[in-house]
Design a protein around this ligand. Structure first.
Ligand SMILES: [Zn+2]
Ligand SMILES: [Zn+2]
Length: 310
């Protein structure tokens, strides 16, 4: 009986990623391909995805000690997530569109506007869409770890020993502005249609929720080179700086492999998560102010470069 229950749990853990990621990606592509309103379809799927993952975390936990309802930082996570949704993404998106308006003439003059393969089927256009997005995501995330003044914003995301669904939205609103302005630019410069931009944005939401979730997800060793696996992103959240400064791409490790920042979970044992001797305060308002105060108190706050060991 005990063996049967272990087997069932193992099977569910092997199915978790393909069902949850594949299912929502197919739903997103299906709706957008049929011409549904991209904003409404995207927002609806985002809400459903959140609650499905929250529910599955309760029945198939990866680590029983981690839970949304027992984490004292969960309310702060909700606050950061709400600021990100209400302020960071809309303002950043608007700024990004503003940048695009400025680049429009340049695109027209350079011929870049006609580069996007609009004649390809929707599914085929997803490939360059995801490659471009993950490329800019990789370099922006890497810069957040490389420059102290950016790391202080990003440290709010890393300052947690717990991993669960709410951690995907625990992003300082200042960091999100930076992300939302810069990440879509390669797609927009090359003239990707709105459906592709929305689809890629949804893919990032779905895989971001899964890699931060406390759902037990199993993968064969080779899958870590291509797929957004929870094991890769847990290593990225480790206190050990050799692992924290690796696996920057939450969506696919291909850029980490190409640029030499890949850590394979089978070769790197996972230690404690979070930031060693973290300077990030516990209170929500103090967390919002922290990166701004750190800019003025540079010698007193140690960022990535100050404590880099490898
Ligand atoms: Zn990071
Ligand atoms: Zn993360």
């Amino acid at each position: 009986m005990a063996d049967a229950s272990v087997t069932l749990r193992d099977r569910l853990a092997w199915l978790a990623f393909p069902v949850l990621m594949g299912g929502f990606v197919v739903l997103a592509a299906w709706g957008l391909g049929r011409g549904y309103d991209p904003v409404r379809w995207g927002m609806g799927l985002t809400v459903v995805n959140f609650f499905v993952i929250l529910g599955v975390e309760q029945v198939l936990p990866r680590n029983p000690r981690m839970n949304v309802f027992r984490d004292r930082q969960s309310l702060n996570d909700v606050g950061h997530g709400m600021l990100l949704a209400a302020l960071g993404r809309p303002l950043g998106g608007a700024a990004s569109i503003g940048v695009m308006a400025m680049l429009a003439e340049l695109r027209g003059a350079s011929g870049l506007a006609s580069v996007w393969p609009e004649a390809w089927p929707f599914a085929a256009q997803m490939v360059p869409g995801l490659l471009l997005w993950t490329f800019s995501d990789y370099w922006i995330h890497r810069s957040l770890h490389t420059f102290d003044r950016l790391w202080w914003f990003h440290s709010v995301h890393h300052d947690t020993p717990q991993m669960h669904i709410l951690k995907s939205g625990r992003i300082h609103v200042g960091e999100e502005l930076f992300n939302a302005v810069l990440k879509p630019i390669p797609l927009l410069v090359l003239g990707a249609p709105p459906e592709i931009v929305v689809f890629v944005g949804l893919w990032i939401v779905f895989d971001g929720n899964l890699v931060h979730s406390n759902i037990d997800q199993r993968f064969p060793g080779w899958a870590h080179y291509f797929l957004p696996t929870v094991q890769l992103h847990n290593l990225h959240h480790a206190q050990d700086r050799r692992h924290q400064d690796s696996n920057y791409s939450g969506s696919s490790a291909i850029w980490d492999v190409l640029f030499g920042t890949f850590s394979h979970p089978h070769r790197c044992p996972l230690g404690p998560l979070g930031i060693e001797d973290s300077p990030v305060p516990r209170g929500f308002l103090a967390q919002l102010v922290f990166p701004l105060r750190a800019q003025l108190a540079t010698p007193a706050v140690h960022g990535p470069s100050a404590s880099r060991t490898s």
